[in-house]
Design a protein around this ligand. Structure first.
Ligand code: PAF
Length: 280
């Protein structure tokens, strides 16, 4: 497994791979890898990647003031071992200085899909995400890149960026990976105390109930979360494609939630497909 800290060297390596007609996939991450990330690597392989490149970079530009950039969990050694075990071809571990010149002044700003949900609650977040993802796409020039559906709004915004800026990169989305308990895997789960983790169970349970049609409104979702002492940042029902607010929970819509469990912000979501509702 190759380890690159220098973007020029990675660019050269990836270009050579593509010239050899190998399919190169990129899995962008912020590290502290868990089964969710490994599932993205596996998805890349299943979708025909000959070489999977994993980037590990806690991108300062996507964190707002007062957010958890400084304390975001990092474990390079464990991440490298996990990538090796997962059969990754190359890992990109850039420094802040190599990604952002001191006078970096060009950003990618998506101005429609990023207005609501996490975009409204975390101003500048998606500008940071789009900017770093655009840079990674330009460095690696992968045939495709894999993102998780847990960051549902992020995935929609990246697809829009690729469409609107003509990136020659296919976006593949992978399902949310959950613990047996139902909790969606996230590097931020590491912040949770045992008591907070117990409280977090209500998030996936409520979303599962939404999917089954047992909880029918966003206010009922919010009530359940609040009753479990979670602080609701937002609960919204949106059209799964456009992210436009949807008045009712119905097939083709998604319910997205963000809550504070103690000091930890957790997000989760569920898509309402035609099948389960119709078969009810
Ligand atoms: O989803 C993430 O971990 C990050 O937002 C990403 C896509 C790696 C960009 O920093």
């Amino acid at each position: 497994m190759k380890i690159f800290r220098d973007s020029a060297k990675l660019r050269k390596w990836a270009r050579k791979r593509r010239l050899e007609n190998r399919v190169v996939a990129l899995v962008p991450t912020m590290g502290f890898l868990h089964e969710g990330h490994i599932s993205l690597i596996e998805r890349a392989k299943k979708n025909g990647a000959d070489d999977v490149v994993v980037s590990i970079f806690v991108n300062p530009v996507q964190f707002g003031p007062g957010e958890d950039y400084a304390v975001y969990p990092r474990d390079e050694k464990a991440d490298l071992a996990k990538c090796r075990a997962a059969g990754v071809s190359a890992v990109f571990l850039p420094s802040n200085e190599s990604m952002y010149f001191g006078d970096h002044s060009v950003f990618v700003d998506e101005v429609s899909l990023s207005r609501g949900l996490c975009g409204a609650k975390r101003p500048g977040h998606f500008r940071g995400v789009c900017t770093v993802v655009a840079k990674l796409f330009n460095i690696v020039q992968p045939n495709f890149a894999v993102f998780g559906r847990k960051d549902y709004q992020q995935a929609a915004i990246i697809k829009r960026m690729v469409r609107d800026l003509d990136f020659d990169v296919k976006i593949v989305l992978a399902p949310i990976v959950r613990e047996k308990s139902g909790i969606a895997l996230s590097s931020r789960n590491t912040y949770l105390s045992a008591e907070e983790k117990e409280r977090a169970l209500v998030i996936s349970r409520t979303l599962a109930a939404v999917k089954k049609g047992e909880v029918k409104t966003v206010s009922a979702v919010a009530k359940r979360l609040e009753k479990a002492s979670l602080k609701v940042d937002y609960v919204e029902c949106v059209d799964s494609e456009t992210l436009e607010p949807s008045r009712t929970i119905k097939p083709g819509s998604s319910v997205l939630v963000a809550v504070y469990d103690g000091k930890t912000r957790l997000i989760d979501n569920v898509q309402i497909e035609d099948g389960p509702r119709k078969s009810k």
